[in-house]
Design a protein around this ligand. Structure first.
Ligand code: MGD
Ligand code: MGD
Ligand code: MO
Length: 774
């Protein structure tokens, strides 16, 4: 098993959050940012950069994808965003001399944290097998060498992965390059993330993305949160939430953990709150649902509404559901209503781990509100039934017409800062989602029409040898995917790996036979090309496009922009027939935007002009207007086929020795980038190799808080032994039968086949494990 983390530190064992979590934001958040500034000592450049973060004239943050207001706060960044920026602007460099000092065998023993902490990559590198080192080469040598390799390979044996940060312009080039080369193998990080949303919402409301914008938060009168950890994952969203709370809007949360950002928030930008101990209570009702219990919980909630409506009808009173909306705009109500009436409270309580009374109370809040927003994240999407989870939430909102009216709607909170935008400009393995006919006309070629590989498919291909080359536009694929240990081992059999990156990570150290590592500018850096400084653009979680202009000097003069690198590889690989002006595009990104506008006129017409609008411009979203781009032209109610979000392996209630593990993020990490071993919000210090367990389970299984244990996956579909040893048990307030632990340390416990049925999102929130002492 790969296990390259630093040794466990102190304090983890007594880290139980029995005194309640600290509030998110506030002085702690300022201290954390100061800590991160001091640790990296990058100086004045960072302070200047932060002042322009998420401002119209500055750059869009490379942390989360939360909406950027048209009238930003003086400091429109959060702790996580400030860390991302300081991390990118580090004074440390991993240049040619660094790689002269370290063989890959040596680097393989470094922790994930240590690899990235080596600093910014500065020169193009190629692996030298004789020396077992990456060695500096020129950009031209790199492009030529990659082009030669790619021309010798079958296009469908090559994977073009995108991690979700690269701009709309670069992402457009990436998908075009892959298709001109001859493949739709375009997996991206959303395959591990919100693909359940893209599939589920498309079926339910005809839109693959959420329907709310920032304005809606000002007009809603209730908010429901499912499996999204706002204080860590999208902290700027705490502002609209706090404002909503101050208006008296109830917020009801479904989460197995009492997450601090969902419990209370103090605004570091509000002097009064900073000087008084006061913080806003965020959630008015907190339901510690069992992981995987959301289908059951939502069944209970729908049942309450439908039965209240039945009763109202019987008594001749006012309808509880929005009957006119349901009749005019939806299909499938009767089947859903029947399934909900038939669902038993015993099953609902058992599967959700919640009492009938608490669900009835939440349903009352819902029925008392005219405009409701449903917010959700990985707690819904990363399950075997992740798509059904999303559809159940859509069902519930549709019952009272809470989609397509001001102040109401579905709000999936996306992860990477441009992950939604990458999809919008054609990064998808599904040919039906890309405008292939238009691309064919525009660039005079015949694009591949067959389905490409998604992330799970790419991993399978790496394991069975059918994938021969991997090109990564950012990211840390081998650490982020399931089945890490097997994928990492098979990775070395790849013929070619090409990684475009800012910092060194495990996916670079684990490399193919021929390996290139290409250093790029970060978004915060000034991007100078032949026609001058360039602007790029990104799409936020609410479908708004924003310009982004670097403000800091590049970490090294040798760096190239992501767009220039993609264009360079494409030019060196493809026949020189001149239909794509790679060089002219690199010189002037406005020309790329004109090409994007030609490919997607509906979304991007007058792209350059509209990008100048303060606050950006929104993509059209038919569901917001109550136009349903589904097969039937109606919004669709989906009757669930069961209540367990993970029917395969773990029966509920969990009485036996098999527990359900859900993987989580700390406030001091961004995905596989680990800033420190602390998790301030959960009061866990100096150790990420922990398992948070219910005290009753600890007792029942004969374990001890503070003791070392081994987690082993309970999986009968193959003979692979999946285990991680050396984990410390922490007693924690979470539902019985469930266990929490950190991603990516526990990824080798995730079987590759254990993914959402229709979207293939790995079921990272419900891994069946056994925990044993020692
Ligand atoms: N600081 C920081 N910000 C980030 C990231 C980061 O790593 N660090 N990552 C970015 C990315 S790529 C993404 S996708 C987002 C992820 O952000 P989120 O969507 O918030 O995802 P997670 O933090 O994985 O888990 C969210 C919550 O789900 C809860 N949960 C687990 N299982 C269940 C369940 O079955 N039901 C319910 N109701 N809840 C459950 C967990 O307790 C946790 O609080 O954040 C983005 N922003
Ligand atoms: N168990 C478990 N597994 C999970 C998840 C989970 O909740 N649990 N979450 C999943 C989710 S939601 C996601 S999105 C994936 C994340 O998967 P990825 O997107 O593949 O991983 P990251 O950790 O975000 O990638 C970090 C690396 O990106 C590079 N990088 C940073 N900035 C830039 C840049 O500006 N340009 C370029 N070119 N490179 C850059 C750096 O080299 C850095 O090391 O992981 C998934 N895996
Ligand atoms: Mo994500």
């Amino acid at each position: 098993m790969t296990d390259n983390l630093p040794a466990p530190g102190h304090g983890a064992a007594d880290a139980a959050a029995d005194s309640g979590p600290p509030s998110a934001g506030g002085w702690g958040s300022i201290k954390a940012v100061a800590g991160s500034l001091l640790r990296d000592r990058p100086g004045i450049a960072v302070v200047k950069a932060l002042a322009l973060q998420n401002k119209h004239e500055g750059f869009t943050c490379s942390s989360c994808a939360w909406a950027k207001p048209a009238h930003p706060h003086a400091a429109e960044f959060c702790e996580a965003g400030a860390k991302a920026t300081t991390w990118e602007l580090t004074g440390k460099r991993a240049g040619a001399d660094f790689f002269e000092r370290h063989t890959l065998a040596d680097l393989a023993g470094w922790s994930d944290h240590a690899l990235e902490a080596a600093g910014r990559l500065t020169v193009p590198l190629r692996y030298d097998a004789c020396l077992d080192r990456y060695r500096e080469i020129s950009w031209e040598e790199a492009f030529d060498g990659i082009g030669r390799e790619l021309r010798a390979l079958e296009p469908d044996s090559v994977v073009f992965y995108a991690s979700g940060r690269a701009s709309l312009e670069t992402s457009y080039l990436w998908q075009l390059f892959a298709r001109l080369y001859g493949t739709n193998n375009l997996p991206d990080s959303s395959n591990m993330c919100h693909e359940s949303t893209s599939v589920g919402l498309k079926k339910s409301i005809g839109s693959p993305v959420g329907t709310v914008d920032l304005d809606d938060f000002e007009h809603c009168d209730a908010i429901f949160f499912f499996g999204q950890n706002v204080g860590v994952s999208s902290p700027r969203m705490l502002h609209p939430l706090q404002e909503a709370r101050q208006r008296g809007v109830p917020i009801v949360t479904f989460n197995p953990l009492r997450e601090s950002g969902l419990v209370a928030f103090s605004n570091p930008q509000s002097p009064v709150e900073m000087l008084t101990p006061g913080s806003t209570d965020i959630s008015t009702q907190y339901l510690q649902v069992r992981p995987g219990g959301d289908v059951a919980a939502l069944t209970g909630l729908c049942k309450c509404v439908i039965e209240a409506d039945d009763a109202a009808q019987a008594a001749g009173g006012a309808r509880v559901i929005d009957a006119q909306f349901v009749a005019e705009h939806t299909q499938g109500y009767d089947a859903l209503a029947q399934a909900m009436r038939a669902a038993s409270w015993d099953d609902i309580e058992r599967e959700s781990g919640l009492s009938r009374a608490s669900l009835e109370q939440a349903a009352q809040t819902y029925m008392g509100a005219q405009r409701v927003i449903g917010v959700y994240g990985m707690g819904l999407t990363q399950h075997r039934e992740g798509v059904l989870n999303v559809q159940m939430l859509a069902n519930w909102l549709l019952l009272r017409g809470n989609v397509g009216k001001p102040g109401a709607g579905l709000c999936p909170v996306r992860g990477h800062s441009n992950v939604q935008g990458q999809r919008t400009v054609g990064i998808t393995e599904k040919p039906e989602l890309a405008p292939l006919d238009q691309l064919a006309r525009q660039f005079q070629f015949e694009p591949p029409r067959h389905k490409g590989l998604d992330t799970v498919g790419a991993c399978q291909g790496v394991l069975d040898g059918s994938v021969r080359a991997f090109l990564g536009l950012g990211g840390n694929f081998v650490r982020a995917v399931p089945e890490t240990a097997l994928v990492e081992a098979a990775w070395q059999r790849l013929r070619l790996t090409v990684q475009i990156a800012t910092k060194l990570n495990r996916s670079h150290v684990t490399r193919g036979e021929v390996a290139y590592l290409l250093p790029c500018l970060g978004r915060v850096e000034i991007d100078r090309q032949a026609t001058g400084e360039q602007t790029v653009s990104t799409e936020d979680s609410t479908g708004v496009m924003h310009p982004s202009r670097g403000v800091a000097e590049p970490a090294a003069p040798t760096l190239r922009s992501e767009l220039a690198i993609v264009a360079g590889i494409a030019q060196a690989t493809l026949p020189p027939d001149g239909t794509v002006p790679w060089q002219a595009w690199t010189a002037d990104y406005a020309r790329v935007r004109r090409a994007i506008a030609e490919t997607f006129p509906h979304i991007f017409h007058d792209f350059n002009e509209r990008l100048a609008t303060p606050g950006g411009f929104a993509r059209p979203n038919a569901a917001r207007e109550r136009v349903w781009e589904t097969e039937s032209g109606k919004a669709v109610f989906t009757a669930p086929h069961g209540m367990n979000a993970d029917p395969d392996e773990v029966p509920t209630p969990v009485q036996g020795e098999v527990l359900r593990l859900f993987t989580i993020r700390s406030d001091d990490q961004f995905n596989t980038t680990i800033y420190s071993l602390d998790d301030r919000f959960r009061r866990i210090e100096g150790n990420r190799r922990v398992l948070l367990m219910n005290a009753h389970d600890i007792d029942r299984l004969g374990l001890q808080a503070g003791a070392l244990v081994t987690a082993r996956t309970e999986w009968h579909q193959d003979d692979v032994r999946r285990e991680v040893a050396g984990l410390t048990v922490v007693a924690y307030d979470l539902p019985q039968g469930s266990v929490a632990g950190y991603y990516p340390e526990l990824n080798s416990l995730m079987p590759l086949n254990h993914h959402a049925k229709e979207s293939h999102v790995p079921a990272a929130k419900s891994i069946p494990i056994r925990v044993t002492a020692g």
